[in-house]
Design a protein around this ligand. Structure first.
Ligand SMILES: [Zn+2]
Length: 483
């Protein structure tokens, strides 16, 4: 979570038997399809106590991969309980020696059962790739994704560094909660630097949302972290202790947050009208500066000092120019002031009046607000930033984005909030909602334990809890052109 981008199983079709599903899945050649197929039935079947029909394991005997493959699944998972970390490493080395396409459902289950014990990053990384289809290094990105990967790599910062063992385990922890359909939108999650600040960002190149047949999306995610960020409860700057996201492990939260952006590619979800109604977001296009400045003006309790209509018009003109230029320029100020008639005054008085008006404009609520509402000012994180507002906040979500956004002050003041970062823009809020849903998911619960009902109901209504898309009508998404 940071100033760049805060750092953030599957219902499926029931199969008659696990082994039938396993063999069906094994026949699928496409990795993503196969993973989807495999993942459907694994949740809820983690290692459980050995049942009576299982042969009692020999003392300290960790079965080999071959033996595990021949046992009943619940017996195999129970038998893994006897494995020491070094034996899990040995099993992991056997797993990753197999090509990803040869992994079957049993291998998935074994991988899920041992990953927390595996101590070698060089095993964990290919386990993640084979199990979930997501690369953790650009070296292992498929050739057809190479160009996008290189574009991504060329952005700052450049130095890719390997994930730590602890980091990879956290990644696995995050992935195992998610529908495979969501992971299919992500090509790679790479880490570029073990920085003192943590942040993540998602570079979603493709438009996988537009084409349901395109199973592998093109989301490249970059996470900067160090193992010091893996401690639960270490909070990001936008978290307050009373915030809902406070106290969770930040790397997992950040990973879930960034995957959400990939799932939400093209604002597939966060651009939907019914989503935006939840917080009462309004988008104000930059392409209509008159409307945008008027919207800002309308949000302010005291938009200007006492002014004539002509002076207010001049102030708004300076505001419009500022939104474009991102600063108050003398030229714009003089131009706006010269529009105001002072013809009833003698020339010397006119010049004094113009200077007074320049000062009034510079210190008006409208102009001060615009200066403080640019994205590079982090206005969403500053509680005292909007003292001069009536009942809505308004700011720029991203530098150079096509929209400013407004939302009710009550959403951050009088209701439980996830954290202040959710108020950056609707897509960041969606990412926080998504992370908040999945961070509390366990083998036995669907997640969303602490997520406010208004979001949870919508989330489940969209099928986001299973990855089975319930469809969306997003007015902002570009049209999908049929080939
Ligand atoms: Zn984000």
């Amino acid at each position: 979570m940071s100033d760049r981008d805060q750092v953030q199983l599957n219902a499926g079709v029931e199969k008659d038997s696990a082994s039938e599903q396993g063999s069906l899945c094994a026949n699928r050649s496409d990795l993503s399809v196969r993973n989807e197929c495999m993942t459907q039935d694994i949740a809820g079947k983690g290692a459980k106590a050995a049942t009576e029909h299982c042969a009692p394991p020999a003392a300290n005997a960790c079965p080999s991969l071959e033996q595990l493959s021949e046992m009943k699944e619940d017996c195999a998972l129970a038998a893994l309980g006897a494995c020491k970390p070094w034996q899990c490493d040995a099993l992991a080395s056997q797993l990753v020696a197999m090509p990803a396409h040869a992994w079957n459902k049993r291998h998935f289950a074994i991988s899920d059962a041992i990953y927390k014990q595996v101590t070698v990053a060089d095993y964990l990384a290919p386990m993640l790739k084979a199990r979930f289809g997501v690369a953790t290094s650009l070296d292992s990105v498929d050739a057809d994704q190479r160009e996008n990967a290189e574009t991504f790599q060329n952005s700052e910062p450049k130095k890719e560094v390997p994930w730590t063992v602890a980091g990879l385990r956290h990644l696995y922890d995050a992935f195992i909660r998610l529908p495979q359909a969501h992971l299919n939108t992500v090509v790679a999650i790479v880490t570029f630097d073990t920085a003192s600040v943590m942040y993540g960002d998602a570079n979603v190149v493709g438009k996988s949302w537009a084409d349901p047949n395109l199973l592998h999306g093109q989301g490249f995610i970059r996470i900067l972290y160090s193992d010091s960020h893996l401690v639960s409860g270490k909070n990001a700057k936008s978290d307050r202790q009373e915030d809902l996201s406070y106290g969770f492990d930040k790397l997992s939260f950040a990973v879930l947050h960034e995957i959400a952006h990939s799932v939400d590619s093209g604002k597939k979800y966060s651009g939907e009208e019914d989503y935006r109604k939840i917080t009462d977001w309004k988008a104000h296009p930059v392409s209509d500066p008159d409307q945008l400045v008027q919207a800002i003006f309308d949000c302010l309790a005291v938009p200007t000092p006492p002014m004539t209509d002509a002076e207010i018009a001049a102030t708004k003109n300076v505001g419009k120019a500022m939104i474009k230029d991102r600063e108050i320029t003398r030229k714009n100020l003089d131009g706006a002031v010269s529009d105001v008639e002072f013809s009833d005054q003698d020339p010397e008085t006119q010049e004094v009046s113009r200077e007074i008006l320049r000062q009034k404009i510079r210190t008006s609520g409208l102009i001060l607000h615009i200066l403080r509402a640019f994205a590079n000012q982090d206005p969403w994180n500053k509680e005292d930033r909007f003292d001069n507002m009536k009942d809505r906040h308004i700011h720029e979500g991203y530098t150079g984005d096509n929209f400013w956004y407004s939302y009710p002050i009550a959403a951050r003041k009088s209701e439980p909030r996830i954290n202040s970062y959710q108020f950056r823009d609707p897509s960041e809020e969606f990412a926080e909602v998504y992370a908040m849903f999945y961070i509390t998911k366990t083998e036995n619960s669907e997640g969303g334990k602490k997520l406010p009902d208004k979001f949870k109901t919508w989330f489940i209504g969209k099928g986001l809890h299973t990855g089975q898309d319930k469809g969306s009508k997003n007015p902002e998404q570009p049209k999908h052109e049929e080939p």
